[in-house]
Design a protein around this ligand. Structure first.
Ligand SMILES: O=C(CO)[C@@H](O)[C@H](O)COP(=O)(O)O
Ligand SMILES: [Co+2]
Length: 217
């Protein structure tokens, strides 16, 4: 059993960002997860376009941009031009979600929708066959290093059922508090992609940490 692993550089050492990106390049990671926070939708501010451009110059893995911002539709093209390969927007920020998903796809990016922990998966019924992936938040968005919320397992199972029954090809990504203690159970429940920040970048051997949540026998 294998997962698609996306280390979140929110937990990287920003004084050594190039070194940390190169570590991800050399690892078994599949993607680089890039968390954009605006201080309005979420209580924290992280980084944006200029940092993405810098990361994109050295990244050898596709970049998975997670937009925790209001009015994300106004910034999609800028993120695509800065290097985004995958773009996900929060359900909670998108009154015209179907249109926003197609804007992402028309830019040539993989399109994802993110649900906060309290947002039910049933709200995705109208868009599940249009998205490339669904990101289930397993913490409240805004900060790295938080504790995994166990209710996520049931959401993964419910979402997997919806995907199967609708004929959707959407992948399920999990973000927040993912580590070696929950990765296998998440994939068994139906998750395809795992984001991990603190577990990877605070680990004494980060490449091994990445491999440990990729190969889950
Ligand atoms: O989107 C977010 C937080 O809002 C995440 O991508 C975090 O960056 C994951 O960090 P850990 O919980 O793995 O430390
Ligand atoms: Co994220």
């Amino acid at each position: 059993m294998k997962s698609i692993v996306a280390p979140s550089i929110l937990a990287a050492d920003f004084n050594n960002l190039q070194r940390d990106i190169e570590m991800v390049n050399e690892s078994e990671a599949d993607l680089i997860h890039f968390d954009v926070m605006d201080g309005t939708f979420v209580p924290n501010i992280s980084f944006g376009i200029p940092v993405l451009e810098a990361v994109n110059k050295i990244a050898k893995k596709p970049i998975d941009v997670h937009l925790m911002i209001v009015n994300p539709e106004q910034h999609l093209e800028a993120f695509k031009n800065a290097g985004a390969d995958y773009i996900s927007v929060h359900y909670e920020t998108c009154p015209h979600l179907h249109r926003t998903v197609y804007q992402i796809k028309e830019l040539g990016c993989k399109a994802g929708v993110v649900l906060n922990p309290h947002t039910p998966v049933s709200l995705l019924e109208g868009v599940i066959t249009d998205v490339d992936f669904v990101l289930l938040m397993s913490v409240n968005p805004g900060f790295g290093g938080q504790k995994f919320i166990p209710h996520t397992y049931q959401k993964v199972k419910d979402l997997k059922k919806m995907i199967r029954e609708s004929g959707s090809k959407a992948l399920i990504e999990i973000d927040g508090g993912v580590d070696a203690s929950n990765a296998k159970a998440l994939v068994e429940a139906g998750a395809d992609m795992l984001v991990a920040g603190s577990y990877v970048f605070k680990h004494p051997q980060p490449k091994e940490a990445i491999s440990s949540i990729k190969h889950l026998s």
